[in-house]
Design a protein around this ligand. Structure first.
Ligand code: G16
Length: 664
């Protein structure tokens, strides 16, 4: 049925459409088509080069045709209908790639169908090509897409002709592709020599919901991208009527910055249509734009500055929130108060069992990992935290340990995984994890297999509603108070992340290799010297007991993770240094103040390297530490840890960077 690049074949006759011709086009591998922390992200000019998107799309298709990667044999599943979904965050080039993907999936679809069978292939396409990442996960799961889905997104990276484009593949469980899959795709991109495409495939009108049939085996179904996701949140995860009555009765004021991203369509459906808030009063930047209106769609204190200003310069709003380009990241801000993502997930875990039906009504996980009597909830706790129907929680390694303390309190396990949402999938599928979060503004639960910005916002409104009810429906409890009550109970992790963007990749790698060799006890004066350092002790191995800037080095390692479900080992996932503050007369009394410094290179940059330094200083709560915990700024409190980090890494010497570009 195939043709060479010079000949063509005609697909099976169809009553309703012209018969597309399938071409087999010769191509060559293009370097660098390797998926990072979550998909392939590149500059638009790079992905626009001839055959770039064709190569990666064909490689994804080929990987799906050979799920085990070994034999080269096509593996047919016994499902009669093969289903896949596609959508994107609406950035520049989104629509063109969706049309391209449709014509390539048509050209390849018969390879997924068993010969002489009545198998069919249905491709769900988001209306206008717009679908957020968590919504895609919901659609894959709700509709049972046995071939998973493709999301066109570069997430929080900027969009537009001079900015970034991206593509990621999600597996049939709705989770980002595991490393085994992305490595297979990468190998296929390195060996590709042809792709299949339907010539002059008619452009589909993506603005209209409906079916398009091509032959009797291929259907393109344009769907409402909000349908599966909103119905999941509304009917299973949250109590919308209760939230609605709280919002109106208490006159709770929300301001949500959608950053001109795809989340605008979901925000309108949920906060305006369902919860009855006034669009002009509660939503900012809620129209998806191809270049996000020039905004960097990364919900942090720097890029969501307008929202932050609104929350810090007036008392008008109770809750501020922002989400990123594809709707999976979130930032939570109270009145003149920033909630770190690490605290946010810990606080949601603390209260979820009492006020979010997904957990309180036992829909999350299997719930049978820890029996009720293993949980040590006091009667008082039960009033405020419910009976904690979480089956476990998880966080990425660099995320602060606030979640661990809540887990311990609830009597459930807290998993520590490498950075990347894909590591949570197995835990959730096995009923080991209900709720998880990452310091990189990611929060989510097992209602889908992606992080979910709107889930986090609704979770915070649910907590506020719960507190309001506990208060006799009289007074809104400010976000600041909710967080401070948490610190009061669990102590506080002062937490800051320093990003050094635009670092030469080689220099960044040299710095990491240098630290790694010093960790493994190798004396490394040569590398230190090459970096321009002169003092020979800078190349000496790290030693427990060494002292830096008022801290004692207790331990260090290169983080690795053994997946408890499938036994996959992931190594080199970030360098960790554990320290304890050395007591002096000037010390704040209380328990031991411990700290942690983590170094890793970002896996989401489309160009140069980004060095990330994560700083955490944990202060246990006592009467004596009360003022420190409640009133100090995280950046101030971790300043000396940053100095230690610079000494340990020789960052300035290796990279030439004096200052970070972003501090969050
Ligand atoms: C992606 C992953 C996240 C991860 C983040 C970190 O987020 O989905 O799980 O925490 O990258 O990125 P980096 O490697 O740059 O530190 P997103 O929102 O960009 O898809």
């Amino acid at each position: 049925m195939e043709t060479s690049s010079s000949t063509s074949i005609i697909s099976k006759a169809d009553q309703t459409q012209a018969m597309p011709i399938i071409d087999k086009i010769a191509t060559k591998p293009i370097a660098g088509q390797k998926m990072g922390t979550s998909g392939l992200r590149k500059r638009v000019r790079e992905v626009k080069q001839p055959n770039y998107m064709e190569n990666i799309l064909q490689s994804i298709i080929n990987a799906l045709l050979q799920p085990t990667g070994g034999t080269g044999e096509v593996e047919w599943s016994s499902n009669r209908v093969k289903m896949m979904a596609i959508g994107g965050d609406g950035r520049y080039w989104n629509r063109q790639v969706i049309q391209l993907a449709i014509s390539m999936l048509f050209a390849n679809h018969d390879k997924f169908l068993r010969p002489r069978s009545d198998d069919r292939f249905t491709l769900f396409v988001a209306r206008d090509g717009l679908m957020s990442t968590p919504a895609m996960s919901a659609t894959i799961r709700t509709r049972g897409c046995n071939l998973g889905g493709i999301i066109l997104t570069a997430s929080h990276n900027m969009g537009g002709p001079d900015k970034d484009f991206g593509i990621k593949y999600n597996e049939p469980n709705g989770a980002p592709a595991q490393e085994m899959t992305t490595s297979r795709i990468h190998v296929l991109t390195q060996n590709i020599d042809h792709y299949f495409i339907a010539r002059d495939f008619p452009k589909i009108d993506l603005s209209q919901i409906g079916d398009h049939h091509y032959g009797d085996t291929f259907v393109v179904r344009v769907i409402d991208p909000t349908e599966d996701y909103v119905s999941l949140l509304k009917n299973q995860v949250f109590d919308f009527p209760a939230l609605k009555s709280f919002l109106h009765e208490s006159k709770f004021k929300l301001l949500f910055d959608c950053m001109n991203s795809v989340n605008g369509i979901y925000a309108n459906r949920i906060f305006v249509d369902e919860l009855g808030l006034e669009r002009s009063k509660c939503l900012m930047n809620d129209v998806p734009l191809e270049d996000f209106g020039g905004i960097h769609p990364d919900p942090n204190l720097i890029h969501a500055a307008k929202l932050v200003k609104a929350l810090y310069e007036s008392d008008e709003y109770d809750l501020g929130a922002a989400s990123d380009g594809d709707g999976d990241r979130n930032m939570i801000v109270g009145n003149r108060f920033f909630v770190t993502p690490s605290d946010s997930v810990a606080i949601i875990a603390e209260h979820a069992g009492a006020c979010i039906p997904w957990f309180s009504q036992g829909r999350s996980g299997r719930g049978d990992i820890f029996s009720e009597d293993q949980r040590e909830s006091s009667e008082e706790d039960k009033k405020t935290i419910g009976d904690g129907k979480l089956c476990g929680v998880a966080r990425s390694m660099p995320t602060s340990t606030a979640l661990d303390r809540v887990a311990e309190h609830l009597g459930i396990k807290c998993f520590e995984t490498p950075t990347g949402w894909k590591f949570f999938g197995n835990l959730m599928d096995s009923g080991l994890c209900s709720l998880c979060g990452e310091e990189s503004f990611g929060t989510g639960s097992d209602h889908v297999r992606e992080k979910d910005g709107i889930f986090a916002i609704l979770a915070w409104i649910s907590i506020c509603a719960h507190m309001y009810r506990l208060n006799g429906n009289k007074k809104i409890v400010p976000v600041r108070d909710i967080v401070q009550r948490h610190w009061n109970k669990f102590g506080r992790s002062f937490y800051v992340r320093y990003d050094y963007e635009g670092v030469d990749a080689e220099a960044a790698n040299r710095m990491i290799v240098h630290m790694r060799s010093r960790m493994s006890g190798v004396e490394d004066p040569m590398i230190a010297a090459a970096a321009g350092t002169t003092t020979s002790d800078k190349g000496l191995p790290y030693r427990p007991g060494q002292q830096f800037e008022g801290f004692r080095l207790d331990n260090f390692d290169d983080f690795e993770y053994l997946d408890p479900v499938d036994g996959t080992r992931s190594i080199n996932q970030g360098l960790r240094f554990f320290v304890t503050q050395i007591k002096s007369a000037a010390d704040v009394p209380g328990g031991d103040i411990s700290g942690r410094i983590v170094f890793r290179l970002s896996g989401t940059s489309s160009t140069d390297s980004i060095v990330r330094i994560y700083l955490e200083k944990y202060v246990p709560y006592s009467d004596k530490t009360h003022d420190l915990i409640m009133n100090r700024e995280a950046k101030e409190e971790t300043r000396s840890l940053h100095a230690v980090a610079l000494k340990l890494s020789l960052l300035k010497e290796f990279t030439g960077k004096d200052e970070p570009t972003v501090i969050t």
